[in-house]
Design a binder for this molecule. Structure first.
Ligand code: AHM
Ligand code: MG
Length: 340
């Protein structure tokens, strides 16, 4: 075996090693970010294991309200939230936590307090939990602005995030991360219990052949969204129609978009003028990753990462994906706006 092939098999780039390498580029780094990330990684492994066992639990009769010890069986989304809250607080590196599962932001008490704020959706894709389809955790990380944590620290535009990522619990467990220097994908090797770099420097194709949207909402879409989807199906420029793929789990749909190209959209509609997806822990982290991979993310009005959220659970329409495809959507919105 040649030396390079041998090194690939025996000299593994784990996620911790990767982040450590990245952080040593900054002379002021004291290892806090690496510690925070290792706690997020622990949360992902814990949730991955719970998701994998969910079917088994059902098989042996644990999926009801109690397990064989008579303890209450937590629903996976509640369990995942507890796992991440504990992991993040015990890291000693966080100041404010915003979870999709919690109504209010959590201000970490001073003995455990650090300088990072983490916004996260512990288990996204709730409608897919019970049928074994891919689901995931989404997270974004901000730095405190001052020494005293304030809610404004998590109401910052997405472009201020230091890092963002998701972990997909699918046919394999994969963590995709950006610390603002490109996007890398790490796959969990279950025998080692380590995330190993398997997809380095992910770049989204400039133009794609797939669109991804809940077309059941088409009746209530605005004009640019309707026109765009019509163009995907009946292109006027002689190109082939695009394929439709929609899992209904944002992590899975965005992951495919990142790797294969195309667009993922959750637009506004008459019933939900702000769409469905949440700005802080769905729209921002995914937009951050897509931009870092060379794509674009647009709200129908502006660059998604420029949004300044006013509330922690605010929603926004989102169109994200390959550069050229999002450009087409932006042109349709511009044309609609310029109408008298
Ligand atoms: P959730 O946070 O309740 O799981 O909802 C978010 C999910 C996303 O993963 C997905 O993109 C979207 O909802 C699907 O919504 P719909 O079922 O309306 O198509
Ligand atoms: Mg969600």
């Amino acid at each position: 075996m040649d030396h390079a092939a041998d090194a690939r098999q025996t000299d593994l780039m784990t996620i911790t090693r990767y982040v450590l390498n990245e952080q040593t580029k900054y002379s002021e780094s004291k290892g806090d970010f690496t510690i925070l990330l290792s706690h997020i990684v622990l949360g992902c492994k814990f949730v991955c294991s719970a998701v994998n066992k969910a079917g088994l639990a059902k098989l042996i009769g644990l999926a009801g309200d109690t397990n064989i010890q008579g303890e209450e069986q937590k629903k996976l989304d509640v369990l995942s939230n507890d796992v991440f809250l504990n992991a993040l607080i015990s890291s000693g590196r966080t100041a404010i936590l915003v979870s999709e599962e919690g109504q209010e932001a959590i201000f970490v008490s001073p003995p455990f307090r650090g300088k990072y704020c983490v916004v996260f959706d512990p288990l996204d894709g709730s409608s897919n939990i019970d049928c074994g389809v891919s689901i995931g955790t989404i997270f974004g990380i901000y730095m405190l602005k001052g020494s005293d944590p304030k809610i404004e620290d998590v109401l910052q535009p997405g472009k201020n995030m230091l890092a963002a990522g998701y972990c997909m619990y699918g046919s394999s467990c994969m963590l995709v991360l950006s610390t603002g220097n490109g996007v890398n994908g790490f796959t969990l090797d279950p025998s080692l219990g380590e995330f190993i770099l398997t997809h380095s420097d992910i770049r989204i194709p400039k133009k794609g052949k797939i669109y991804s949207v809940n077309e059941g909402n088409a009746k209530n879409w605005d004009v640019p969204t309707s026109k765009y989807v019509e163009n995907c199906k009946f292109p006027k420029d002689g190109s082939s129609p695009k394929s439709l793929r929609y899992v209904g789990s944002m992590v899975a749909d965005v992951h495919r978009t990142l790797l294969y190209g195309g667009v993922f959209l959750y637009p506004a509609d008459e019933k939900s003028p702000n769409g469905k997806l949440r700005v802080l822990y769905e729209v921002f982290p995914m937009s951050f990753l897509i931009e870092q991979a060379g794509g674009q993310a647009f709200t129908g009005k502006q660059r998604a990462l420029d949004l300044v959220p006013k509330k922690i659970h605010e929603r926004s329409p989102i169109f994200l994906g390959s550069h050229d495809d999002v450009e087409e959507i932006k042109a349709l919105y511009a044309a609609e706006e310029s109408k008298p």
